[in-house]
Design a protein around this ligand. Structure first.
Ligand code: 1HN
Length: 344
């Protein structure tokens, strides 16, 4: 499919209608309705040690309080200047140093934290504090107050994943700061896990929002589940052993706009080529290996971050036992009836 050629008569017609804010569809149709996905989003891998150095340097340049959030944005090389790692999602690496506070605010954008490094720093969400460890997946639902602090003696670094481009697309951004740096705590630490995350729910509980009421999914539990399941040796040819994080109330994804996943690939495992329409951000939790994304080869080590664009075939090769966290806009595409995958 290509657009009809311009002729002098046609161009003069286009120029004539232009001041009235009109433009011909036939000149742009094949760019609007493409045979296959193709946004400009490209495969790319960020080596963690490089970004980590820069982030620590940023830590000498500006405080978490002054920055509000001290973050280096991971910008897809094909989408520079747009604060996007994929067309629909944002990613950044955030540093909170010992003694710092990232002040309380709230916004309509939903956020996930995936903890890369450090131990014992906290985030407070909706009146409850949770201490974070490497590998934990932590949620900040839309419009919940959240602030971060670090009472440990080491810097903490995590990946922020947000649905910023989606909210931008819908022009539905609202945000506000709390007067105090830290929100008042109304529930003890562990309350939401006990209430919602133990295979139990308060007897008359009905959920008001689409986001999981569990807001910290500790890596310790996730890793234990993967380890128990690997004993079965039932490997999916495209995914190895791959689980999705759920909202225990509905069984749906933990967040309405972002799907999150954790997978284990045993040493020597090579996945069959797989593609899907949800461009996906991967974080290496454990292990070493390589992913072939279209024609691009990405060699990875722990804490590296890479992106697989929509409809690019991907195959992973584990050179040691490997654990990969990933996130994408799959819940949205599925709800809209848009999501497609192709295996093998
Ligand atoms: C945000 O609230 C956080 O709370 C991190 O840590 C990154 C990027 C854009 C908008 C809000 C946070 C963010 C953000």
């Amino acid at each position: 499919m290509s657009n009809p050629a311009d002729t002098p008569e046609r161009r003069s017609f286009y120029n004539k209608i232009d001041p009235d804010h009109l433009t011909p569809l036939w000149s742009v149709l094949s760019d609007l309705v493409t045979k296959e996905p193709g946004s400009g989003c490209v495969p790319y891998l960020w080596h963690y040690p490089i970004v980590r150095e820069y982030l620590l340097e940023a830590g000498e340049l500006i405080s978490a309080k002054e920055a509000e959030r001290r973050v280096l944005i991971l910008e897809n090389p094909g989408l520079r200047g747009q604060s996007r790692i994929t067309s629909s999602l944002y990613a950044g690496l955030q540093l909170v140093k010992p003694g710092e506070v990232a002040p309380a605010h709230r916004h309509t954008q939903s956020a996930l934290r995936f903890v890369i490094e450090g131990s014992g720093a906290h985030t407070a969400v909706g009146g409850e504090k949770t201490r974070m460890e490497a590998g934990d997946f932590v949620i900040t639902p839309s419009w919940e107050w959240h602030d971060h602090g670090n009472e440990s003696d080491q810097p903490m670094i995590w990946l922020d994943g947000l649905d910023i481009p989606m909210v931008q697309f819908f022009d539905a951004s609202f945000a506000e700061m709390l007067e105090q740096d830290e929100q008042p705590l109304t529930r003890p630490e562990g309350d939401s896990m006990a209430r919602y995350g133990e295979g139990l729910l308060p007897v008359d509980y009905t959920q008001g929002t689409p986001t999981s009421p569990v807001f910290n999914y500790p890596y310790e539990r996730t890793r234990e589940a993967l380890e128990a399941l690997r004993q079965q040796q039932q490997w999916d040819i495209c995914h190895g052993l791959k689980m999705r994080y759920i909202n225990p109330v509905s069984g749906d994804y933990a967040m309405p706009t972002i799907g999150t996943f954790m997978q284990l690939l045993p040493v020597g495992f090579t996945t069959e080529s797989y593609r899907s329409t949800d461009a996906t951000v991967f974080v290496i939790v454990e292990g070493q290996g390589k992913s072939v994304i279209g024609d691009t080869e990405c060699e990875w080590k722990p804490h590296d971050i890479f992106v697989v664009p929509s409809w690019f075939p991907v195959s992973h090769i584990a050179l040691s036992d490997a654990v990969l966290f990933s996130y994408s806009d799959r819940p949205v595409q599925k709800k809209l009836g848009l999501w497609r995958e192709s295996r093998g």
